[in-house]
Ligand binder design. Structure first.
Ligand code: LLP
Length: 421
């Protein structure tokens, strides 16, 4: 459930009419609902209670500092994968002991940044990385809390570009080698084992792959404890999928996911960490765009929007589906038309949807892409020198721009012409 509903025929974000925001901010823009973000975060904390747990929001899905502050103030931890994300979490006021550092290529600078600023744990992904972290920590005179991300060789049954838990993927250490690797960690002076980490992919719409992976983590926990390691935390990653269409999708709910975790791992006495991104942020945001032209082509009609692949890349990159709805609700039974929905960018890949049945819309109308809160604004670029898309946060009847659209002047000023040219 989200808080983007029609009221008197106009799409609202909570109590704010979308056209009101458009009039002030211009299109395109992302708008997020604080109530939806809060609700989705709480679904996870409720699903995991009474087990000791920490829900670490995967910042990569939506990294605006205002959103991080909202979630951080509710008690959320953060999952970061770069120095930039770490600094965003800190800027949002999240204490270091609630930040976990994931990612396959952490640099020494990033390790230093997190060790100096405070960190809950590093999720290590390779042996060279683990030796580097031990050296960095030792040089700083500290000991880094670590888990090892194990690759359980499980098929997540999701899009190939976002599956991470198969042995051919670049992520983690093969689970079969884990005991050897933990033994080496125990010998390294700058590291202290605190648990195990696993993440098998994103937009998973079944629980079975998670359960298969968690069963392997369970076995490993017992084996590593037998070897004398202090396994007190299990970081189970993110990946729970969301419905992208209103009609036929019914991915498992956080309550089902939580119950499955209790069933497979609940008796181990471990603190459970999870790293959900999409389920918290995805349906908490929409991308609002204006129709520039309706172009009647040969055998097809194009809806040309002022949003493009640089603002929302998921359809071009993953063939992802986003529901597109008019901001002014169509009357029941009114006619529809099949449109190819496109942006102004100069490549055919700049297509949001093909032959999509939509109510009749005209130039100047507003449309909204649903389920765009996750991996939307964060993946935006300035391709075709289109200014980076702004973001707005709504709470109740209030709204605020939480990232302004840069002016052309600001955009051009970032380049410089060398003196010798
Ligand atoms: N933890 C780790 C280590 C991850 O790599 C990811 C996502 C997450 C947590 C969060 O997964 P989530 O709960 O959001 O599924 N850009 C793609 C998705 C890439 C996901 C990458 N890793 C998309 O637009 O579908």
């Amino acid at each position: 459930m989200d808080h983007f509903l029609y009221r008197n025929g106009i799409l609202h974000a909570e109590d704010v009419a979308i056209p009101e925001i458009a009039a002030q901010v211009g299109t395109p823009f992302y708008v997020y609902s604080a109530a939806t973000l809060t609700r989705h975060y709480r679904l996870f904390t409720e699903a995991l209670s009474p087990m000791p747990h920490l829900v670490c929001f995967a910042i990569k899905s939506l990294s605006n500092i205002a959103v991080l502050k909202l979630l951080g103030d509710l008690g959320a931890g953060m999952d970061v994968v770069s120095g930039g994300e770490y600094l965003r979490a800190k800027a949002a006021g999240v204490p270091g002991d609630r930040i976990v550092f994931s990612g396959v290529g952490k640099t020494r600078d990033e390790m230093r940044l997190a060790l100096e600023g405070g960190i809950r744990q590093f999720n290590l992904e390779s042996e060279p990385e683990m030796r580097a972290l031990s050296e960095v920590a030792t040089a700083l005179g500290v000991v880094a809390p670590v888990t090892v991300r194990v690759n359980p060789d499980v098929d997540a049954k999701t899009h190939a570009k976002i599956a991470t838990g198969k042995s051919e993927n670049k992520f983690g250490i093969p689970i079969a080698r884990a005991r050897e690797v933990y033994a080496e960690i125990a010998r390294l002076p700058g590291l202290r084992v605190v648990g195990i980490d696993v993440h098998i992919g994103s937009q998973l719409t079944e629980l079975a792959p998670f359960e298969a992976a968690f069963a392997k983590v369970r076995e490993l926990t017992l084996a590593l404890r037998g070897d004398g390691h202090d396994i007190r935390r299990l970081d189970l990653g993110g990946g729970l999928g969301i419905p992208y269409t209103r009609s036929n999708e019914a991915p498992p709910l956080p309550t089902d996911y939580g119950a499955m975790i209790k069933r497979t791992l609940g008796d181990l006495g471990c603190e459970i960490e999870i790293e959900p991104g999409r389920l918290i942020s995805g349906n908490s945001g929409v991308l609002v765009a204006g129709v520039i032209y309706v172009k009647n082509g040969e055998g097809r009609d194009f809806l040309i929007l002022d949003a493009a692949m640089n603002d929302l890349v998921r359809p071009s990159m993953y063939d992802a589906h986003h529901d597109i709805v008019p901001v002014a609700e169509a009357a029941p039974g009114s006619p529809t038309q099949a449109f190819d929905v496109v942006g102004p960018v100069c490549e055919t890949g700049d297509t949001f949807a093909k032959a999509r049945d939509l109510p009749l819309v005209a130039a100047g109308d507003l449309v909204a892409f649903r389920s765009a809160g996750a991996y939307g604004a964060v993946m935006a670029s300035e391709y075709n020198s289109r200014p980076l898309v702004p973001e707005v946060l709504v709470r109740g009847d209030q709204f605020a721009v939480i990232r302004a659209r840069p002016s052309f002047d600001e955009m051009l000023k970032r380049d410089s012409i060398p003196e010798w040219l």
